[in-house]
Design a protein around this ligand. Sequence first.
Ligand SMILES: Cc1ncc(COP(=O)(O)O)c(C=O)c1O
Length: 406
Amino acid sequence: MTDVFKGNFTQQEPIPEAAIEAAVDVMRHGRLHRYNVADGEAGETTLLEEEFAAQMGAPYALAVASGGYALATALRAVGVKPGDRVLTNAFTLAPVPGSIASVGAQPVYVGVTEALTLDLEDLAWQLAQADHPKVLMLSHMRGHLCDMDRLMEICDAAGVTVIEDCAHTMGARWNGTLSGRHGAVGCYSCQTYKHVNSGEGGLLVTSDEEIAARAIMLSGSYMLYSRHLAAPDPEVFERVKYVTPNISGRMDNLRAAILRPQLQDLEAQVDRWNARYRRLEAGLRDTPGLTVIDRPEPEHFVGSSIQFLLLDWSADGVEEVLRRCAARGVELKWFGAPEPVAFTSRYDSWRYADAPAMPKTDRVLAGIIDMRVPLTFSLEDCDQIARIIRSEVSAVFQAGGAASGV
Ligand SMILES: Cc1ncc(COP(=O)(O)O)c(C=O)c1O
């Protein structure tokens, strides 16, 4: 009998009881706006920022309405102006170039390697050009970290400010340093499919007092910034408060209440994700025609999704694999599709930005297959999914589908 997987790829775990209780408390007292606090009360949002800053080893943190808002705020806070060019990954998702466009700047794409990380040679080449962009919005897309030591060397030498998009790397590390702590600003998403879930929400961290003060003013703090606990001293705000616009995008106390207990569980959740990832990876290894992405030793990743390559396969062959896996209950996404589908799109789908031909990147994108790994999957589910993918990839490959179309 054909093995069919019955699980749901978009079903996350329920919100933990402690978070539900904290949320109910907020609703009972009714003070949902972050600056609506009782005498002596800090408020859930402020406490979330204080705890997240400590967890990330950062002096300053800010909670906002979404990950995309955190990215745009970071761009504004480091001084990106309309008309500026900002380097970013060709392999990422729409909110990343979207955040650049939202401040009136232009994305300039850097290629992707077969390790699914930013192509550092391409980056070095871009930075060797006269008048190169001064900011890199680095997306750790699908949790793959490039050599962050080398990246920072390249960017520091060229005077480039790095903003890290850690939507897929909250809790990950490179050589022991937490993702988001290499660049000037680290930005995180708390949207349902990420590592903590408040429906929508974002966080950012920085060690730079002016960036922090500007970000807090930008997020819509009016003149209430002194209520923040993970914030610089008031004199820093004196320097920025008249020249920094209020672009409201605050987090509220209800979401913050839901997030605080989840952040305490983050490390344990990372271990659970990685146990599932390793089972999938082991089950996929040595499948003919399929390339597993080897994870570098210095990378401590969060396996909340898994990717593999069907490198140099025909489009028909890839589509046949996707169709056959879907018929057996396994939902795979493909970054090579010519048209954007659901959450998945490519750099050349974002037609508001110039995209010169990127043949090396196109070759990799055409082979990237992507799958969510929700924590509602058991280890046995992961074994079953890997078995299904393995058998369908092998069947199409052996029938010659990889090269010639089917
Ligand atoms: C790579 C990446 N960066 C940023 C974001 C933006 O996060 P949010 O949905 O919280 O705005 C997402 C969301 O899917 C993402 O996948």
